[in-house]
Ligand binder design. Structure first.
Ligand code: HEM
Length: 472
């Protein structure tokens, strides 16, 4: 008993001394202003409780007003520098791999797979990232992907009658599209059963990542194994099949890099994960914002009815030139991405002491570059918290959009799906608007805080438009 007590005593003394030592080092450095909150817990509880309310913005607003756009906090067990400063965010993004490293908890790696692009670093990351960019660039979308995007969206919308759970439908569309693009898999029983497993994997990202405590996490790990097994079979079959394929799997195998089955499977899972919640949420929110902004909806309707009328046939395929003619749609896409901010920012870890804007961020600290805080700042965007697609019409709002506007990140980890996501959303809006009118169902209205995950499904009541638009 006595030895246990002395051990406990030394452990406490050691932890407290470490804590004080760190504090005194931090005091010597010129850290960004802010508060580290309570020992160990920091300000995590304040952050969590802010995101449980209807308006989470004050957590950031309050600190920005008090300390400025770069401040120190302590969340999820670590001191973290929060940046709402556009130039600092840019600096963080561009110095990925040199001064900052991406940093995800181990629990994420269990679900994504250790070869996932999101976790890769160094030269392999560079190679995989540029391959991924080449799979989803505008030429590939124009020549190969657009026809499937349009076809699969139409196919899904064909079955819509009366009450539709928009978020669910958007997720189904997104998954089917990704499966088609990745491995030429058409929707069917196999893709649907894979989707069910996959949904369980996704649940794992939003739960306590402890196998012992969380049944959801355990289920997610089991589902991940099943998804990986199913995809491994596809890869093996493909290795014995000489027919040329114009999908991402085909391109990956033909790249001459000799990737192992495991690398390819992790790559595919990463693409499924990265594009799923993001694209489907943005599809749902665009409809929500448009529903709440009738003038924008009317202008969009006019644009799409005109495109349809010019084509003469309501089922004619959407072509690249149609997409390029959707000028106001692009304003809606920009604005939805600005206001919705599915990925509100990115975490990185400092690889060395970083001096920035007169402050020092110590080596090993986490930094959070918040895109959302910039997008929501009235100093950068007039009436920043209002959905206003017209602000993009002559782009006068953001004099330097590369710095002020970054929904897809930037630098070496710029989202490889940025063009794809825009095209999917534009074609989806085109088909939705030219086929249906809609109103939100009374119950279960979408309450959405873009930085937290919503379980809401945004039901809408759809009505088929009587006659398709005619030539004007
Ligand atoms: C509205 C939709 C989307 C948004 C807002 C979005 C946003 C982002 C952001 C901000 C990053 C940077 C993460 C970081 O720097 O750590 C990123 C990375 C990534 N995105 Fe997207 N994304 C979207 C859709 C897609 C789609 C459709 C794909 C599929 C091709 C995709 C694939 C990826 C991948 C693989 C990465 C990791 C890149 C890397 O770490 O090198 N995303 N995305």
């Amino acid at each position: 008993m006595a030895s246990f007590l002395s051990l406990l005593f030394f452990a406490v003394v050691f932890s407290v001394s470490l804590f004080l030592l760190r504090r005194s080092r931090y005091r010597r450095l010129r850290l960004p202003p802010g508060s580290l909150g309570l020992p160990f817990i920091g300000e995590t509880l304040q952050l969590i409780s802010a995101y449980k309310t209807e308006n989470p913005e004050p957590f950031i607003d309050k600190r920005m007003n008090r300390y400025g756009p770069i401040f120190t906090t302590h969340v999820f067990g670590e001191p973290t520098v929060f940046s709402a400063d556009p130039e600092t965010n840019r600096f963080i993004l561009l110095n990925e791999g040199k001064l900052f490293d991406c940093s995800y908890p181990g629990s994420i790696s269990n679900l994504l797979g250790k070869h996932s692009l999101l976790l890769m670093k160094g030269s392999l990351h560079k190679r995989m990232h540029s391959l991924t960019m080449s799979f989803a660039n505008s030429t590939i979308i124009k020549d190969h992907l657009l026809v499937d995007i349009d076809r699969l969206i139409r196919l899904n919308l064909d079955s819509w009658t009366d009450r539709v759970l928009l978020m669910e439908e958007a997720k189904k569309i997104t998954f089917e599209l990704t499966m088609k693009q990745l491995m030429s898999a058409d929707p069917g029983e196999w893709t649907e059963s894979l989707r069910k497993e996959y949904v369980m994997v996704i649940e794992g990202f939003f739960t306590l990542p402890l196998t012992f405590f969380s049944a959801t996490y355990r289920r997610a790990i089991r589902a991940r194994t099943k998804v990986a097994e199913a995809l491994t079979l596809v890869v093996r079959e493909r290795r014995n099949d000489d027919r040329p394929r114009s999908d991402m799997l085909g391109a990956l195998m033909a790249s001459g890099d000799n990737f192992s089955d495991e690398v390819i499977v992790d790559f595919m899972i990463a693409l499924l994960v990265a594009g799923y919640e993001t694209t489907s949420t943005i599809m749902t929110l665009a409809v929500k914002f448009l529903t709440e902004t009738p003038l924008a909806l009317a202008q969009l309707k006019e644009e799409h009815d005109q495109i349809r009328a010019n084509k003469g046939h309501s089922e004619a395929a959407v072509e690249w030139c149609d997409y390029k003619s959707m000028a106001f749609t692009q304003c809606v896409v920009n604005e939805t991405l600005r206001v919705a901010n599915i990925i509100s920012g990115i975490f990185r870890r400092t690889m060395t002491d970083i001096n920035i804007k007169g402050y020092t961020i110590p080596k090993g600290w986490k930094v959070f570059a918040s895109f959302r805080a910039v997008h929501m700042n009235p100093e950068h965007f007039k009436d920043a918290r209002t959905f206003n697609p017209w602000r993009w019409q002559n782009n006068s709002e953001a004099a330097n959009p590369g710095i002020l506007y970054s929904p897809f990140g930037g630098g070496p980890r710029l989202c490889p799906g940025y063009e794809l996501a825009r095209v999917v959303l534009s074609v989806f809006l085109h088909r939705l608007i030219t086929r249906f009118s809609w109103e939100p169902a009374e119950e279960d209205k979408l309450v959405f805080f873009p930085t937290t995950r919503t379980q809401k499904r945004y039901p809408i009541i759809v009505n088929r438009r009587e006659r398709g638009p005619t030539r004007s």
